[in-house]
Ligand binder design. Sequence first.
Ligand SMILES: CC(C)(COP(=O)(O)OP(=O)(O)OC[C@H]1O[C@@H](n2cnc3c(N)ncnc32)[C@H](O)[C@@H]1OP(=O)(O)O)[C@@H](O)C(=O)NCCC(=O)NCCS
Length: 382
Amino acid sequence: MSKVEFSRGLEGVIVAETGICSIDGAKGKLYYRGYHIEDLLQERDFEDVSFLLYFGELPTTVQRNMFCEFLCKTRVIPQTLIDAVQRMPRSLHPMEVMQSLVPMLTNVPVDMSSVQKLFSDFGLDGDSCGRDLALISQIGCLTSMVYRSYHGKSIILPHDSLGHAANMLYMMSGKTPTQNETKAFDQCLSLHAEHGFNASTFTARVVASTLAPTVSAVSAGYGALFGPLHGGANEKVMQMVAAIASPEHTETWIKQRLKNKEKVMGLGHRVYKTRDPRANAIETLLEVVSEEHNNTTNITILRIIEKVVRENLGDKPIHVNVDFFSGSVYEQLGIPPTFYTPMFGAARVSGWIAHVREQRSDNRIYRPGALYIGPTPRNVTL
Ligand SMILES: CC(C)(COP(=O)(O)OP(=O)(O)OC[C@H]1O[C@@H](n2cnc3c(N)ncnc32)[C@H](O)[C@@H]1OP(=O)(O)O)[C@@H](O)C(=O)NCCC(=O)NCCS
């Protein structure tokens, strides 16, 4: 009998058509709706990137103003939800807290007055699209509130005159961030906003394919993103850097890990067979903030890790990925490791909702098959 072929981890399996994101894994190129990520970073902010992902085009000035006003007006978290944030057990990881709280956003009223024209211009149903897009600002606020609560601090309400990235930083620290801090965080959000059919986005699409609400898809996305093989890797990278502690110990530490056949977090990727372009961009951000804060230990350790892994696994295409440098940028912004993946989630919500919309536009429920290897039919009675 011929052996039935299947693909472990769905590698190489095409499950849908998409117009949102394309990746050239061999060349290390990433495009959002046809725009190269590096060009977007130079010219546009997270608000424009979120608009592009959802609507398919970059906004005109008028559209951008409408959209930014909408995002600002939807930074509303009702008191019942703030109470829920504060009652969450501290034993839960903030990613578990986010996964639990997101469905509670279902009934939060959304002020759509500023975007009705925008939706009609794009021929979209204002009500459901407005609710989906409001998740970007609601989740930004919720993440910052969870951060405050987790650290035993009082909740800070949103600041109307700040953009999305600056407002999130303000709601976490209580201080208006500098221009460099805002730019670094904004670019981290844009770089994490979308990445094709990764595990959490695919999860969100599977949930959306059952016609469950967007909040259920996004909440499920959080569950998938939490794992250390996906979004949780940036937290693990920083635990590794803390364990290594100094540049002198790095080479021996990494060589020992490789000898034990353990993975080095922040390296390797299913799609990229060269350096992840997002890692290039984040390394540049890290260089700037490290020099500004006069703290270059992490970047030195990380560069040694990369060199040692490349020297020892040179025959395998294992290169640094998006999670390798991002934790260190967050650290320079005063954000602790437990909140690195929640920052990733606050960015990725833009990608998830764009995919949910795309999934719904040509839906068929996902239901793959599997190769059964269990017992042959047998009787319950002896
Ligand atoms: C991202 C990742 C899950 C991709 O997984 P994958 O495509 O299923 O690849 P595999 O885990 O099968 O790895 C293929 C080979 O490379 C090795 N490898 C992959 N990533 C490695 C890493 N970070 N460190 C050391 N070796 C690694 C594996 O041990 C395996 O070797 P083998 O063929 O001798 O068994 C994987 O590279 C990984 O676990 N990386 C660390 C976690 C991480 O940084 N995740 C964030 C992704 S953005």
